[in-house]
Design a protein around this ligand. Structure first.
Ligand code: RFL
Ligand code: PHB
Length: 389
């Protein structure tokens, strides 16, 4: 088989890149290790930056998001009983969209199906070769048969555990990493949200986040030690912990119910530099991971896709390589800004095991500063709604 762009990974990065390229008349083949239903069962991101909303609309997948997504003009940060509202709209003129990654992915699959795009599920043992030549190719096993896909370029959209990044020789790349000593336990429940906007809650009992998907679907997280297992957390224990972290008025009035999904995610900051090796380009989680505190992971994947899509269209249609030569540097600038924001917000909002008494006071003081300074709130809002592309 032959195509212009081979895309490894059919998560949000791979599907969005394929969708934009196909609409511009560039051919793609997406190779995904798992099934479509598996991709669609992963509950992950919930907040879409205003710039990413525009890219999704440009890709022709904005209609349902605009109908069913919930625009949010602000969010709350709390520390025990202190609640600070950050009014994004007043401070920046922009909003974010609350719309699940699962829905974004479903919309992308539907749009790709309607265009007759090629997405191959259940591929195993993907190997990428000849990336330092003009004729790279990808080999994979499907239903026990080894296949070969020739292409002009390869997009590595296969997440943190994929093969693309590992295909780059170690001496040609550098990794930067910070692993945090806790994870997030997430619960999805068919209950009305605790609040009409997100609450990022710091407290003497640790961090919690009250988020949502729609009027009758809530998403909550609490900070847990890395050694905890999902089985350690009954629903009752989860709700008790969550309420102990939220401001008491919210805790007293919130609805609880049976969990319909429960999972633990470790928190990590990670960047691989550069994003390009020969004809391979890394996109999204295959190149970088942020802790979920700033809601930046999916949004960074979308900005990477935006840069690479324009660069690849130029390369394929006009032969100009300026865009692909600049891709890594352009994308990394935005990536490091989001890394800084997510790291800062994670540090500001979590309890670190064994920390001294000074640490909690610094967190309280940071929040107090946010409550008193419009400049501090504006800085937060600019980062949260997303830095310009
Ligand atoms: P994905 O989603 O990991 O998709 C990669 C795909 O590649 C496939 N794959 C392979 N395919 C072929 N061959 C191989 N060898 C392969 N290896 C892997 C995988 O099966 C998969 O389908 O990466 P992508 O597309 O770059 O998307 C990134 C986002 O998923 C991620 O950044 C966000 O979910 C992060 N994130 C959040 N981001 C936000 O912007 N806002 C949020 O509110 C937010 N909340 C979150 C989050 C992530 C979380 N977890 C669980 C990590 C909340 C959580 C709890
Ligand atoms: C979510 O709704 O899943 C969510 C929202 C905001 C975050 C992380 C996750 O920062």
């Amino acid at each position: 088989m032959k195509t212009q762009i081979a895309i490894i990974g059919g998560g949000p990065s791979g599907l969005l890149l394929s969708q934009l390229l196909n609409r511009a008349g560039v051919e793609t083949v997406v190779l995904e290790r798992t099934s479509r239903s598996h991709v669609l069962s992963r509950i992950r991101a919930g907040v879409i930056e205003s710039g990413a909303v525009d890219v999704l609309r440009e890709a022709g997948v904005g209609a349902r998001m605009d109908r069913e997504g919930i625009p949010h003009e602000g969010c709350y940060l709390s520390d025990d009983e202190l609640m600070v509202r950050i009014n994004f709209h007043e401070l920046t003129g922009k909003k974010v969209m609350v719309y699940g990654q699962t829905e974004v992915t479903a919309d992308l699959y539907d749009a790709q199906d309607a265009m007759g795009s090629t997405i191959i599920h259940g591929v195993e043992n993907v190997e990428i070769s000849d990336l330092d030549t003009e004729t790279p190719f990808v080999e994979y096993t499907k239903d026990g048969v080894r296949q070969r896909l020739d292409c002009a370029y390869v997009a590595g959209c296969d997440g943190f555990h994929g093969v693309s990044r590992k295909t780059i020789p170690e001496e040609k790349r550098r990794e930067f990493e910070r692993v945090y000593p806790f994870g997030w336990l997430g619960v999805l429940s068919r209950t009305p949200p605790a609040n009409d906007e997100l609450i990022y809650a710091n407290s003497r009992n640790g961090f919690a986040l009250a988020s949502m998907r729609n009027k009758m679907l809530s998403r909550y997280y609490v900070q847990v030690p890395l050694t905890d297992k999902v089985e350690d957390w009954t629903d009752e224990r989860f709700w008790d912990k969550l309420k102990s972290c939220l401001p008491s008025e919210t805790a007293a009035t919130m609805a609880t119910g049976p969990s319909i999904e429960k999972s633990i995610a470790p928190l990590r900051s990670f960047v691989n530099e550069p994003l390009r090796w020969g004809r391979l380009f890394l996109v999204g989680d295959s190149a970088h991971i942020v802790p979920p505190t700033g809601a930046k992971g999916l949004n960074l994947a979308v900005s990477d896709v935006h840069y690479l899509y324009h660069a690849l269209v130029d390369a394929v249609k006009t032969g100009s390589e300026t865009g692909i030569d600049e891709y890594s540097e352009r994308a990394l600038k935005r990536i490091w800004s989001a890394m800084r924001f997510s790291w800062q917000m994670t540090t500001m909002m979590h309890q670190f095991q064994g920390e001294d008494s000074f640490a909690a006071q610094m967190r309280k003081s940071t929040l107090m500063h946010l409550s008193q300074s419009e400049t501090a709130r504006r800085e937060f809002a600019e980062n949260y709604i997303g830095l310009p592309y």
